[in-house]
Design a binder for this molecule. Structure first.
Ligand code: UGY
Ligand code: MN
Length: 263
């Protein structure tokens, strides 16, 4: 230990060895909340018990409390945990991020591991449980389309790549693109250096979770350095743009109320 009259100044030239990193600076966070967007960084999540979920902690990242037409939350299920169906009239989309869940769909039991997803239409009585724990991303909304959405599930990697026009990112949509659905969940992949061609402004809302990689997200007139684990809420018409940076690709999952009638 260097001796400076009983003090230790080694942080100045050896910050990493002292366990000092920018993210753990007391009171510092990149998290931000404005009327038209929010960034919820990893250190800002607050987990709590949630009605309908047994042996599970959830952290809501987006909800109607700030004008969103959907909820987006993380669910950390421990051993022997389960979820009741969503409230009547509410549809639920689940992406498994770690561990395994078992979905009881009618008389059928389906085991879903990481990178699998499942969609429960409104008024579904299907339940899910986890024997050994799981980490989930959940989207829910009050169904508003007046069609007949149906139960579906699948694996992200097995869903088809879709054309993207002038954009270079890789795009998957995990729900059918029909008027029966009032939202979709997109998976978007960018190589480092790739960015959104369109500097988007649109009536749709978004709830985004960065699954891998890092880059810069522009929201309104702010530019946010972002990394895996960060969540973003985008209200209608907020200017939005992303550039993937660093050494590894970016993957994000994003809710879009894409087929909702704007009027
Ligand atoms: O489809 C979308 O609106 C999507 N490209 N938006 C985004 O990535 N911010
Ligand atoms: Mn968009």
């Amino acid at each position: 230990t260097p001796s400076c009259g009983g003090h230790d100044y080694s942080a100045v030239f050896r910050p990493a060895e002292r366990g000092i990193d920018f993210d753990s600076l007391p009171g510092y966070t990149r998290s931000a909340h404005y009327a038209d967007h929010a960034l919820i960084a990893v250190e800002s999540r607050v987990f709590a018990g949630q009605r309908g979920w047994k042996s599970t902690l959830t952290a809501h990242l987006v909800s109607p409390a700030r004008g969103a037409n959907f909820a987006m939350y993380l669910a950390e299920m421990s051993d022997d945990s389960s979820a009741e169906p969503a409230k009547p009239g509410v549809e639920r989309f689940v992406l498994v991020l770690q561990g395994e869940i078992t979905v009881s769909h009618g008389a059928k039991n389906m085991v879903l591991g990481a990178n699998s997803y499942v969609y429960f239409p409104p008024n579904s009585t299907d339940t899910l449980y986890s024997e050994d724990g799981a980490g989930l991303l959940v989207y829910e909304r009050v169904y508003a389309a007046g069609g007949k959405p149906v139960f579906s599930s699948g694996d992200v990697e097995e869903s088809a790549l879709l054309p993207t026009g002038p954009e270079v990112f890789k795009l998957r949509k995990l729900l059918p693109q029909t008027a029966d659905y009032d939202f979709n969940v997109h998976i978007m992949d960018f190589q480092p250096g790739e960015y959104l061609w369109v500097k988007e402004v649109h009536y749709n809302q978004h709830g985004l979770l960065l699954l891998e990689g890092k880059g810069i997200y522009r929201l309104a007139d702010k530019w946010y350095p972002v990394q895996a684990g960060d969540a973003i809420w985008m209200a209608p018409y907020v200017p939005q743009w992303y550039a993937a940076l660093g050494a590894s690709p970016t993957r994000y999952v994003i809710y879009k109320d894409t087929t909702l009638d704007p009027l």
